[in-house]
Design a protein around this ligand. Sequence first.
Ligand code: NZQ
Length: 386
Amino acid sequence: MNNFELYNPTRLVFGEGQIAKLKDLVPKQARVIMVYGGGSIFKNGIYEQVKAALEGFTVTEFGGIEANPHYETLMKAVELIRSEKLDFILAVGGGSVIDGAKFISAAVHFEGDTKEILYKRMSIRENAVPFGSVLTIPATGSEMNSGSVVTIAATQEKLPFGGPALFPVFSICDPKVIISLPKRQLQNGVVDAFTHVMEQYLTYPADAYLQDRFSEGILQTLVEIGPKVVEQPDNYTLAANFMWSCTMALNGLIQKGVPTDWATHMIGHELTALYGIDHARTLAIIAPNLYKVLFSAKKEKLAQYGRRVWNIQGDDTETIAREAIRKTEEFLDIMGMDRKLANHTPDYAQTADIIVKRFEARGWVKLGENGIVTPDKVKEIVELSY
Ligand code: NZQ
């Protein structure tokens, strides 16, 4: 097991009816900016719950943060905070709104060109505006981590950044919010969380027995509840287990002391930036092909995953590992993912070359655990996804 530090200051408030606790969680004298997305919160009662809990607070509202939040939109919120001297951000939404709040938080006091936060993939350690969140869609884990991904619309680039100053002060997770989610978003949430675990687990054996069991436990839970929660979002037991699995999949715990991959995400972000494909669906397109291309490096862990998560029997590592990839593909299909890039965009033919060029220009030539995802591998993975 590798050495590690665990730091996670987010107060997670979980359960039905917990949005009312906002009145105790938001600092009393705060001048609040409430940021939200395209308007779903007005149709499902979440806006009313938030406003009721914040009665007596000074609240300025800023809506219109799009899925895969745009730098251009977020900078308007930054200007508003600066001009109105607001000092607390409340994000009410999913990964996009919470990630957006993280960028806003980092940019308000940033001196210089705020695009540098993205281009230099800065680690924000201080001077961030405090923020909390009310989660409306389980998927990303952004409610309990310090990472964020922001799209520069003008150049079609989707770039990650983060830092220890960007943990939410609190996040409220009420599983009831999933009732209003369209099936597509429920499917996305399950697949996003599943892939988060795989990015932190499916590398090579690292003698981290507990982390492996945590990861396998989350994967097994998602396999068990994923297909059901999509059909029954009003089932509280399923909703609660779904929501907690998504948070646990990316709140930092399972990645401590182990190697991680993240190449599926980095390639996937390009597919969103280029073609607007939902984040989770890009992961489903890329992940199984990445496991195939990097089979020799990942086969031991693939076989462990096959045995423990899918209960595949046998003695031959390679056979079990290949069957584990097949089971993964089958699960992604059950979760409604279309894993063929050509079915998402007619412009797929040059995608591998475009992505390789972009990665090389950014110096991203050794992604994945031990830098094994080199440009030639990226090309192979993406071409296999056509
Ligand atoms: O914008 P509104 O109108 O609110 O609609 C949203 C949006 O259209 C809708 N929605 C959210 N809650 C709802 C609802 N509709 C009905 N009822 C509700 N309760 O769902 C749509 C998708 O929302 P979004 O926030 O984009 O989804 P998600 O949580 O999947 O976030 C995706 C973003 O997070 C980033 C992704 O790259 C993407 O930009 N990620 C962030 C990560 C992190 N910070 O750690 C890790 C992830 O892997 C991911 O990269």
